[in-house]
Design a protein around this ligand. Structure first.
Ligand code: HEM
Length: 304
């Protein structure tokens, strides 16, 4: 993703978020149908299903939903199989989606490639000492975060009714600190990719934390747009599941899935911008942030 295309990207992302928002409202109209109304024509629908929506699959693929994250329906590539004709021949829908799989990079990959270039505390990837600079930023952030978390923990712990509750609260905050470190150092990532992923995560945290810097104005809009998009997508999935439960209960879907159970799983598990959500847990108050280094890189002129 090139810097000069950021404003267009934001417009496209926000437009798609609005689309999910609008479609989710339509489900209210479907709910004017009673269960018996629906059962009256259900046999005519079967085996057709929303599971054959090429458009939804294309959006998921363009965004970067990983194949391994998909909920299996009992056989391999089931989401692709469902798009074919019943005898297994390719259909226009399956051809569209299979072509889309080759359309790379995905939005997630482009965003990560772009995030990786973000100057962090004035340091860029091609610069000597960048790895150490980024590491220093992360360590300073973790220190500041630990102080903030400790203060928050004391407030909650001291108002807890019993000793067992207090211990549980202390443990919970301790785990938050452990997880923050693991996440920012990308400890779960294979060694060959670790530094790259850690830099992307640090960039996310940096943009979100120092969001008022002039150079970060568009990056912050991109991130806000992506959160808006993914949230609207999840709400669309949830809203659809709630409508389906109301109209058909928890029976098997016409596409052969577990119906509402399957739809709820998609709402819970299908996340693309996981790291964008994860940094929200780590963020701290503006006043507690480590001091900004190299402010001129960001077009920020400090007052005399
Ligand atoms: C009362 C009406 C509806 C019922 C009972 C219903 C039910 C279902 C069920 C049970 C599934 C899971 C797949 C299966 O086994 O069939 C599904 C998937 C789906 N439905 Fe609906 N649906 C309804 C209306 C709609 C409408 C109006 C839309 C238009 C946006 C829609 C879009 C989808 C899509 C895109 C999927 C695939 C979801 C995924 O795989 O993540 N459905 N629907």
């Amino acid at each position: 993703m090139r810097e000069q295309s950021l404003s267009d990207a934001v417009r496209g992302i926000r437009r798609t978020a609005l689309l999910f928002d609008q479609v989710a409202h339509h489900f209210r109209l479907m709910e004017t149908m009673t269960t018996r109304d629906y059962l009256g024509f259900r046999d005519k629908l079967s085996p057709a299903s929303g599971f054959q929506s090429a458009q939804l699959r294309e959006i998921e693929i363009i965004m970067g939903l990983k194949v391994d994250d998909r909920i299996p329906l009992g056989h391999d590539n089931s989401y692709l199989r469902a798009l074919r004709y019943p005898d297994g021949r390719p259909s226009p829908a399956s051809k569209r989606v299979e072509a889309r799989l080759k359309d790379v990079p995905t939005l997630l990959e482009s965003i990560n490639e772009w995030l990786h270039r973000t100057p962090i505390q004035g340091s860029t990837p091609e610069q000597e000492g960048d790895t150490e600079n980024v590491r220093r930023f992360v360590e300073n952030y973790l220190k500041a975060q630990a102080i903030e978390a400790e203060e928050a923990m004391i407030l909650v712990r001291d108002s807890a009714p019993g000793e067992a509750d207090r211990r549980r609260i202390e443990e919970r905050y301790k785990q938050e600190r452990v997880k923050a470190r693991e996440f920012l150092l990308a400890e779960e990532v294979p060694e060959e990719d670790r530094l790259r992923v850690a830099r992307v995560r640090a960039a996310l945290l940096f943009i979100e934390s120092y969001r008022e810097l002039p150079l970060l104005a568009w990056p912050r809009e991109v991130l806000d747009g992506l959160v808006e998009l993914e949230q609207a997508f999840v709400i669309f999935r949830q809203r659809h599941a709630r409508m389906v439960e109301r109209v058909i209960g928890r029976r098997t879907g016409t596409g052969g899935s577990a119906g509402v159970d399957y739809l709820e799983q998609t709402a819970l598990r299908y996340r693309v911008f996981r790291e964008l959500w994860a940094v929200r847990t780590l963020m701290i108050r503006k006043t507690a942030l480590p001091p900004l280094r190299g402010p001129d890189v960001y077009g920020f002129v400090a007052k005399e």
